[in-house]
Design a protein around this ligand. Structure first.
Ligand code: GLN
Length: 532
């Protein structure tokens, strides 16, 4: 069993997640069984209670785990489904250790960071490697080397290196190589300092990946090699790429795959990049282009909706059509009116919570419905489109979701019955993969081409069953339901070019070579709309 540990230096936001995903992809392309773990050194038990402005979108796994968005990248690059245990946080580690202490399992000992916390970290990492029967387990350590919070994790990885044998554990350090504008020279000092920091913790990196706008010059690589004590060929460039999906190829071209195989003494198949390259070729050579508006309240941090923009990228390659995403703050619609939606070929309202900006989203849904503009509402977007329909078609002026207005006279979106007695907010929504039954002959059936699908969920509210008959009578058709038939999962609007909503999150299962069916359809209809 081999382990690759990816750390970050100098600054956060270096694209460590993409680096990790790309290394995983390179090894997988050699026929190895690869899995990935993300360590988030924060104290939160999981990402579920955090605002998207903290770390970007909360990703949801099949098993309902609410995790860091990097797990979304791993899933997309590796085309695999991960589980909640693949995201290790300080909160999870301490909770286990403290519970064990309360049970008296430490037999009177003083419980300490070393060895008890570090043991628990290693136990979790090894457990995943064994459960996945992984040839290689890649562990990305969140944060930047030098952070107090990440110390126990780095110490645990140092111990792992000794325990598993130094030939079985490899350290990859990702750093920033800035360029000073005046001289235009790539500066290696920040890299030197962060490696020094890492070495003071007993970790010598085997490979250094330097993020810079351009490729690292020979001179830069030589300097990093000399001052950071790594071979010249182990200094790898991570220049800005046109697409994140090109990064594995950029690494491969520099010999990173072979270098890792040699270092870890592994043998694999000849890598096969045919399909991946075809995907990139399609992405880079569009025949047409459309503009899709994503209407949300966290649009100022693109990572808040990363799975949606990735899904549109996947659809873009499949349809050989460039998809321009226009980010629209729903509060701007409230202020300036629907005018700002003019010129869009499609509108997407993603998931969300709370009332701020919700009226703007309702306005966007109405605009799309009345002007025959392709529309996809996801989760909160689905719910608000239902509210819009109740207000303007059913005539309930006051219609709302009880999440936003608890005493509305027309609660068309209401708490799920099993949510009524929920007290804790962490990990208690209706989460993860759930079965959906699609009605034969519907538009949804035409898109999914099957009656049983599984998609991921994350919600507390649902369409109030008391209003279904009325909605149906007025043309809003619920073509996807859960197994009980009580819970609405998909709506469609016959006669409209494409007006669909999903209570689930199709974006979470979208993969480069297998786009989310609903995002694909949105782009397809946007092309049709544009050219009609
Ligand atoms: N706030 C809504 C709910 O809890 C929608 C959640 C979401 O969009 N993920 O049901």
């Amino acid at each position: 069993m081999k382990y690759i540990i990816v750390t970050g230096g100098v600054i956060s936001g270096l694209g460590k997640g993409i680096t990790t995903s790309s290394i995983a992809k390179i090894l997988k392309s050699r026929g190895l069984n690869v899995t990935a773990i993300k360590i988030d050194p924060y104290l939160n038990y999981d990402a579920g209670t955090m605002n998207p402005y903290q770390h970007g979108e909360v990703f949801v796994l099949d098993d309902g785990g609410e995790v860091d968005l990097d797990l979304g990248n791993y899933e997309r690059f590796l085309d695999t489904n991960l589980s909640f245990d693949h995201n290790i946080t300080t909160g999870k580690v301490y909770k286990t250790v403290i519970e064990r202490e309360r049970r008296g399992e430490y037999l009177g000992k003083t419980v300490q960071i070393i060895p008890h916390i570090t043991e628990e970290i290693k136990r979790r990492v090894k457990k995943i490697a064994v459960e996945c029967d992984a040839d290689v387990t890649i562990i990305e350590i969140g944060g930047t080397v030098g952070d107090i919070e990440s110390m126990p994790f780095l110490e645990a990885m140092r111990q792992l290196w000794i325990e598993e044998g130094t030939r079985n554990v490899l350290f990859v350090h990702t750093t920033l190589v800035p360029i000073m504008d005046v001289v235009g020279e790539q500066k290696t000092k920040p890299t030197q300092h962060s490696v020094k920091e890492l070495r003071s913790l007993g970790i010598q990196p085997d490979i250094i990946i330097g993020r810079a706008k351009e490729r690292l010059t020979e001179e830069t690589r030589r300097k990093i090699s000399l001052f950071c004590n790594v071979p010249y060929e182990a200094v790898i460039s991570a220049p800005d790429a046109r697409s994140i999906y090109e990064v594995p190829l950029i690494f491969e071209e520099q010999g990173l795959g072979e270098y890792i195989m040699g270092k870890l003494q592994m043998w694999g198949e000849k890598p096969d990049w045919k399909e991946w390259k075809r995907f990139l070729r399609n992405l880079y050579n569009p025949k047409d282009e459309v503009t899709i508006g994503i209407v949300g309240k966290y649009v100022h941090l693109k990572d808040s909706y990363i799975s949606h923009s990735e899904s549109l990228t996947h659809a873009s390659a499949k349809l050989r059509t460039k998809v321009n995403v226009k980010w629209i703050d729903s509060e701007d619609i409230e202020e300036k009116g629907v005018e700002i939606l003019k010129g869009l070929h499609g509108i997407l309202i993603p998931g969300g919570f709370g009332s701020r900006g919700s009226e703007g989203k309702i306005m966007a849904a109405q605009y799309a419905r009345e002007n025959n503009i392709p529309f996809l509402g996801v989760c909160f977007g689905f719910q608000l489109a239902v509210v819009e329909f109740a207000r303007h078609v059913l005539g309930y002026e006051d219609a709302n979701s009880t999440e936003l207005h608890s005493s509305t006279s027309a609660p068309v979106i209401d708490l799920l019955p099993e949510q009524r007695n929920v007290e804790n907010l962490g990990g208690t929504m209706r989460l993860g993969s759930q079965k959906i039954i699609i009605e034969k002959g519907s538009e949804a059936y035409r898109i999914y081409r099957r009656t049983n699908i599984y998609e991921r969920h994350r919600h507390r509210y649902e369409v109030n069953p008391e209003y279904i008959e009325e909605f149906e009578k007025h043309g809003l058709h619920f073509s996807g339901k859960d197994e009980s038939g009580e819970r609405m999962e998909i709506f469609e609007l016959p006669g409209h070019i494409f007006y669909m909503g999903a209570q689930f999150h199709p974006e979470l299962k979208s993969r480069p070579l297998r786009p989310s069916p609903l995002h694909l359809e949105l782009v397809r209809k946007a092309i049709e709309f544009k050219n009609s």
